[in-house]
Design a protein around this ligand. Structure first.
Ligand code: HEM
Length: 484
């Protein structure tokens, strides 16, 4: 048997009066930091020992996820990836992608017009096509095989983490068992997953290099990476560059599309929040054009609804990421965290010993639902981010915990926030998002339920996108034509 799927009994030590919890199972220790203070103290102030990642044999070695540099152990190799990646996604670099963000959103809007109740695939297309444009300058249409390939490859992580405990992670020596050996089904399965991961990293990168040789490649992140190498063309550089480009896709597509799905979900559930933002859009932007990122400072309500989506329904990874190979009974959204880190040396916090090798999670859910910071934390209320005169409040923290902590904090967050702003403002400018209606004319109810997986999107739901005013449709279609 390749893996065991068991519900584990945990030993839980809740240190009374403390803001950390300590769990133990199968000799592994998890520490959960439950407050903004603990997270700041451990992940930020002591980041030199709180920035490692746990290494799992099945996921990283056998199934090819080592290529995803977000999972690399802390050290020089990770640092080299982060340095290169940062060049392209730091705050000063991100504005160069605004025309691509606008183009992706303007291509997406007409798809919603024609979507009926089935819009999820278009949300994935928006996120996937944008990142492929930024990274390789590929102009991908809906249904492009490169989007499908990447989706399948990214999905392997969910399959692995939902799979239970792989024996090879408990007994790493098993990785040497040949794939044909009876009982070594995990090796054959891992080989299939690895083939997808390899293809996702190598296929588009190879296509780009070929285009570059023919002189048909367009300026983009990969072109800049390759030109920065001054003509050096080595397998080592290819590996780093394709890790960078592949991880941009893997890190940037699912997260963005889940954030957008969660936003749409919130708008179906809370129509009053939707109307509140639309009043601002009509007043500031009007109905003759679509909103742009340059409107951001005049559209605080758009920013507030985006923050409230990230805060209230934090799409953060669930606790499954801490113990990807174990099914943890406590997994639900209230234990959702940023991806866990690994503690690199014995440490002490508030008198409690944290042993080297512990897995540590920042409990983003608890922090984003702390009623001292966000009163009435379970209501969806974008107004909490706004002052009486309608400006963004400086004294209410932005929900940046959704993007993780310390030295491993998401380096794509500035880009992600601009993408979300562009999509949210454009969607709400031209559409009312409503509950769907079935063939018998009955309203399809939406329940506030989420998938308990590594990523935690809303359970599949239906929604209807109705043009808000008679000219909206022609505005949408003419903007898409202008970008074609
Ligand atoms: C709403 C969208 C997004 C969310 C919620 C999100 C969330 C996260 C989280 C929670 C982490 C782990 C941080 C930690 O370990 O403490 C992370 C890491 C990462 N994210 Fe994002 N992310 C988003 C968008 C993006 C985008 C658009 C990109 C790429 C363009 C990206 C690239 C990465 C990378 C490369 C890492 C690994 C960083 C490292 O290990 O040093 N993410 N993200």
């Amino acid at each position: 048997m390749s893996y065991l799927s068991v519900e584990l009994v945990f030993t839980t030590f809740t240190h009374s009066g403390s803001d950390i919890i300590h769990l133990q199972a199968l000799g592994m220790r998890i520490v959960v930091a439950n407050s903004a203070k603990a997270v700041k103290e451990l992940f930020e102030k002591r980041s030199h020992i709180y920035s490692d990642k746990q290494q799992f044999v099945m996921l990283l070695e056998l199934s090819g996820w080592r290529r995803n540099w977000s999972l690399l152990p802390y050290g020089d190799y990770w640092r080299e990836h982060r340095r290169l990646f940062h060049q392209y996604f730091r705050p000063l670099a991100v504005p160069q992608y605004r025309p691509k963000q606008a183009k992706a959103v303007q291509r997406f809007l007409p798809l919603l017009l024609d979507a009926g109740n089935d819009f999820a695939q278009h949300v994935r297309y928006l996120a996937g096509s944008l990142i492929l444009d930024v990274v390789y300058a590929f102009d991908v249409q809906p249904g492009d095989p490169r989007i499908e390939l990447a989706e399948k490859a990214v999905h392997t992580a969910t399959e692995i983490m939902n799979g239970g405990i792989f024996l090879v992670d408990l007994f790493p020596i098993l990785k040497h068992v040949p794939a044909w050996f009876p009982g070594a089904r995990f090796k054959r399965q891992a080989a299939k997953w690895k083939a997808l991961m390899d293809a996702m990293h190598e296929m588009p990168y190879g296509q780009f290099k070929a285009a570059m040789k023919q002189g048909s490649a367009q300026p983009c992140l990969t072109a800049s990476l390759l030109s920065g190498a001054d003509g050096a063309d080595t397998p080592e550089l290819d590996e780093i560059f394709s890790n960078i480009t592949g991880t941009a896709y893997a890190g940037g597509s699912d997260t963005t599309s889940i954030a957008l799905m969660t936003f749409i979900f919130a708008m179906v559930l809370y129509p009053e929040a939707q109307a509140f933002v639309q009043e601002e859009l009509d007043r500031v932007v009007g109905r003759d054009r679509l909103p742009e990122i340059d409107d951001e400072s005049s559209l605080p309500r758009v920013t507030a609804v985006m923050y409230e989506t990230l805060r209230c329904m934090a799409l953060a990874f669930t606790a499954m990421f801490a113990f990807p190979l174990l099914r943890i009974p406590m997994i639900d959204r209230t234990s959702s965290s940023a991806t866990p880190h690994r503690v690199m040396a014995d440490d002490e916090y508030n008198g409690y010993h944290i042993p080297e090798g512990s897995i540590i999670m920042g409990n983003s859910w608890a922090i984003l639902h702390d009623e001292d910071t966000y009163p009435d934390p379970y209501s969806f209320n974008p107004k909490r981010f706004l002052s009486e005169d309608g400006k963004l409040r400086e004294d209410v923290p932005k929900p940046m915990e959704a993007f993780g902590y310390g030295r491993r904090i998401c380096p794509g967050r500035h880009f992600a926030l601009e993408t979300l702003f562009t999509a949210v403002s454009n969607i709400l400018a031209v559409f009312t998002i409503e509950k769907a209606v079935d063939e018998d004319g009955k309203v399809v109810e939406v329940r506030e339920e989420f998938v308990p997986h590594v990523f935690s999107p809303p359970k599949p739901f239906k929604a209807r996108f109705k043009a808000r005013y008679p000219e909206a449709e022609s505005l949408i279609r003419s903007a898409a034509l202008a970008d074609a």
